[in-house]
Design a protein. Structure first.
Length: 67
């Protein structure tokens, strides 16, 4: 899964969620992501090499917490 914004760092992702930015997740080619519950997000987006992973909590399709 990826965040709807291509964050270069997990810290930037956490700060955006904490500031109230509306961020969703997507999974290219796999189907629909969950709308509620938890999942794992990775970044930055392909084809860049992965530098971070984060467990996120979703509510109504919006990321509300990043661990």
């Amino acid at each position: 899964m990826y965040a709807s914004i291509n964050f270069k760092s997990k810290k930037g992702f956490k700060e955006a969620v904490k500031s109230g930015k509306r961020i969703t997740v997507f999974s290219p080619g796999i189907g629909n992501p969950p709308t509620d519950g938890t999942c794992v997000v990775e970044g930055p987006h392909y084809p860049q090499p992965r530098k971070w992973y984060a467990k996120v909590t979703l509510k109504d399709g919006i990321v509300i917490k990043v661990e």
